[in-house]
Design a binder for this molecule. Structure first.
Ligand code: OAD
Ligand code: ZN
Length: 248
């Protein structure tokens, strides 16, 4: 078994040699910013039922309940700051190593951290979308009154996120597919890898003979195909990888 230091060196070398490294992130990268994950020990899906809160049917049945839950999550997100994991990914992009981040997170923290190329697969909790006319609203704070109404037509706004049973927006999906089809390295950070299509992207890279580097506090569905699996927190491991790269 290699120790963490050796694994960090290995990851740094692979990244430096890469021609087109692409990253997929999940809730784990924002955990150190105080935003709960979904499936961990204190994960949201341990406390709440998906079918009550994160499906189109749930919203149709009880928009108030769904909005109350989103408003609570918005409070957490709006008071959160990017952590050293997000910032290390900004560094990797500025160094010309990381081409883009595809994220399943709806918190917007990669962009706030300073990453330029970010594909949000599951939408953004910072936006609402009208169920009648599709108008999009950017919230600068969680809505005071729920459910919020469309400023254009007065219709009901819904969170502009992807719920279970819904399709990924086609522009985001196409961009992500393009990126992972080109990539020779997939950096997989803080995701359980069980939600598709995100869980599939690292496989595209692996099947073409590219390398998969994973950082996670636990093994995930991606770990079996990882060339380098580093067990640890994103906020601790990613800055160490960046530091190593600077020394190569
Ligand atoms: P999960 O909650 O399923 O997984 C979070 C992963 O992060 C787990 O594998 C943890 O071990 C890992 N983790 C936790 N803290 C970490 C840390 N500090 N550093 C590194 N890793 C850490 O979250 P996702 O995989 O993002 O979708 O979930 C995917 C999708 O399922 C979400 O986008 C959401 C959810 O239902 C929708 O709502 C559509
Ligand atoms: Zn409207």
């Amino acid at each position: 078994m290699e120790n963490i230091k050796e694994l960090i060196v290995k990851a740094a070398k692979i990244l430096v040699k890469s021609k087109y490294a692409v990253c997929i992130t999940g809730a784990g990268i924002s955990a150190e910013s105080g935003i709960p994950t979904f499936r961990g020990r204190d994960g949201l899906w341990r406390r709440f039922r998906v079918e009550d809160l994160a499906t189109p049917e749930a919203f149709h049945r009880n928009p108030n309940l769904v909005w109350e839950w989103y408003r609570w999550r918005m409070h957490l997100v709006y008071s959160a700051k990017p952590n050293s994991g997000h910032l290390a990914l900004v560094d990797l992009e500025r160094m010309g190593i990381l081409r883009c981040i595809v994220t399943q997170n709806v918190d917007g923290l990669h962009t706030i951290a300073g990453s330029k190329c970010v594909v949000e697969l599951h939408g953004s909790i910072r936006r609402g979308r009208c169920v009648e006319c599709n108008f999009k609203v950017v919230f600068d704070a969680p809505p005071e009154v729920v459910p919020p109404k469309c400023p254009k037509c007065g219709g009901l706004l819904r969170p502009d996120v992807v719920w279970f049973g819904e399709a990924i927006p086609s522009d985001a999906l196409n961009k992500a597919m393009q990126l992972f089809s080109k990539a020779d390295v997939a950096l997989v950070i803080g995701t359980s890898g069980v939600v598709y299509p995100a869980g599939y992207f690292p496989h595209i890279v692996k099947e073409k003979g590219g390398a998969v580097i994973e950082v996670n506090i636990d093994e995930s569905a991606i770990t079996p195909i990882a060339d380098v699996f580093i067990r640890g927190r994103a906020g601790e491991i990613l800055p160490k990888i960046v530091e190593k790269i600077r020394l190569i």
